[in-house]
Design a protein around this ligand. Sequence first.
Ligand code: BGC
Length: 850
Amino acid sequence: MLDTVDEALRALVGALTLEQKVRLLTGADLWSTVAEPAIGLRSMVLSDGPSGVRGPVWDERDPSLNLPSATALAATWDLDLARRYGAVSASEAKRKGVDVVLGPTINLQRSPLGGRHFEAYSEDPLLTGELAAAYVRAVQEHRVAATPKHYVANDFETERYTADVELDDRALHELYLAPFEAAVRAGAWLVMSAYNSVRGITMSENPLLTTPLRTSWDFDGVTVSDWMAVRSTEAAAKADQDLVMPGPVGPWGERLVAAVRSGAVPEAAIDVKVLRLLRLAQRVGALDLSDSALRDNGFDTAAVASHGGVAVRNVPAREPVPIPDGSQDADVSDYEGRELAREVAAAGTVLLRNSGELPWPSSGPGSIAVIGEAAIRPRTQGGGSATVVPAEVVSLVDGLRAALPDATVTVHPGVPVQTGIHALPRGSMTDPQTGEPGLRARFLDADGGELLSEQRYAAQLVYLGTVPAGAATLELSTVYRPGPDAPATVRLGVAGVGRIHMEIEGDTVIDTVLGGGGEMLGAALFAPDVAAVSVAVDRERPVSVVVRLRLENDAAAAGLVAITLGTEAAHTDPAGAVAEAAALAGTADTAVVVVGTGSQTESEGYDRTTLALPGAQDELVRAVARANPRTVVVVNSGGPVLLPWRDEVSAVLLTWFGGQESGHALADVLLGRTEPGGRLPTTWPATEADVPVLSTTPEDGVLRYREGIHIGYRAWLRAGVTPAYPFGHGLGYSTWELADLAVSAPEQDGTVEVTLTARNTGARAGKQVVQVYLSRPDSAIERPVRWLAGFAAVSASAGESVPVRIDLPPRVFAHWDGGWRTEPGAFAVHAGTSVVDLPLRGSAVVGAGG
Ligand code: BGC
């Protein structure tokens, strides 16, 4: 009799043929795994992640909750919010039939130029690891799997498919592996291997998949490849790489069967991968181990029974592997999801500077001039595979008008933030076939025969694995009628990859081939080229537009097609726009300028080339601040940007990519209805020249992490350079005093307990993030100047004192030297509210064991 689930799973593995087993190890398509009805295994659905769950289709007709992006969550420093964020993500996954969420992204923000920083948490491994652990636990509590990614050292995007990272052992273990260890120890059921190489070996073949992942951390889950990251049959199969995604075509399949038959790959290597896959299936409820389920599925239970002479009868499906039932819960309503998005957005908003302008009175400051493209069309998430399609997005203009229905809110779009096009809004399009709002999308075969015709409501369309077989052309047609504020002439255009043909009122206006990016799967999505023409159009003179995209490139063949029909930014004269905006600001009681990065600045697929805000946004801020001394600047970016005017304005708020409710959250913060609860999870530089670790560009294919263990604030402290805003900084609306620091002797398990009192000395309730750092000035080994060892988000009402307790686990005292070692003796303990604002000091004396 089998008495553990694992034995039952092993029996199932043993009952499968080699072909059946190998088939399971490559995806069935872009987003799902192969089913094996013979053993009651259904297909599992995987989906990005990590700031919401897109589901297997990228489609505005099946929208997702767009949560604030990872940097916003990290800026909360609040593990309870991370837990609730994970629970909502699980609920979204269930609603969308998703078993595996492809997140969290826990690479480190090594250089501020990293294009994908919005998707990762922090430059600090402890903060990243704790947030990741809280998120993973919460997602999986609901029987949805989480996938910490990208293992490991994928902290940049330049040449990401091929770059080789060279780094020393201490940096590898103390920085880059540390968050993965935390996530695995929190129980993660998958880990995603990265595209890049480390020390000359691509990560889907790398021995790091075995040690430390399997041997030291006891990871018993599935290593899934990043999409198309597995490049070999034998080397990857012999490594601890379990699942190749996507499929069905890939380097394993029949080639792997042959490699096993020839003895080049041991069958035992296949068996262990299948075992892990079945374990995952059992955890997410995709495999029913009961005897009757096996028989119902036509499986010969005797065959299982004969394997090892055991019977699968009476196998307890969920014991002893501690898998939560999960079926009862994770049912978060749409309203609760949106409320959480709003709460996280405000809790992650960082007040960088405030000369007394904020908060406004709750009834509003009188008339408000709201300026900037991002005030009207906020960036609520970063670009690339993390994108979800929200049902609606609340801008600051919407948020202020909802909060202050009687206020005078005037609006100016400021200056263009990016080249490229904005998708036509839903209300400006009419489907010529139905006369209803939207556009008509048709897939045609090579002879022009219709394969699929659908009415769509969005003009940015992405098909991921949903292109009908035999499609040669995608055709979009609509009647475009701009809104009342549109100029008389608009630049109408298309973004995509491939041959594009565009007709307006039956006349051909564009016929060209568009490129962009060109690297593997993501090109059409991350960096498409644009073609546009000027068209005279207004509300009374709508025009019919037809666009045809030929589907003849590799991405289309792999099932990926992306196209956007839209307009280029209206202002071609930035100086004129700046003058107009400043004039408007001069007429209002107060001005808010929203600045930020564009979708070509921060996205998966590439890093940034500059930290400066794109376009003439710096000029815009300065002109508005001169016109109105009460100017608040809001920064809508996923990672650090330069703010050269920061001391010339009344207040600076950083909202990150705040999710779909960001406009409500920002209105809440401006009006003091909510505290701006964020603290910087990464250092913000004053100039690019100051940044100690900057380059993300490999030299001859190799990116050398020459700085070793000194990244982020550690590097700034070592260089002795003052950034614009340090790690951990953020003001809130109240004032605080920390006192009574006490540091315990290590407990039996090596934990050191730090306690102190946090007193809210201000006139209103508030939040503070108490941070504890360690240093070891007299150390015999090289160390960071100081490093984060623990933190706690606390709230208190006006005048209230709250006790704070922060436990420091033994690991924070340890360093890597072929294994984890602790230098015995006294570590200085610093407590405060940023890495440089540390009024309290104590000492922890530890032994060699930690
Ligand atoms: C990204 C992953 C993502 C995958 C699937 C890759 O290009 O790097 O983060 O999960 O695509 O969309």
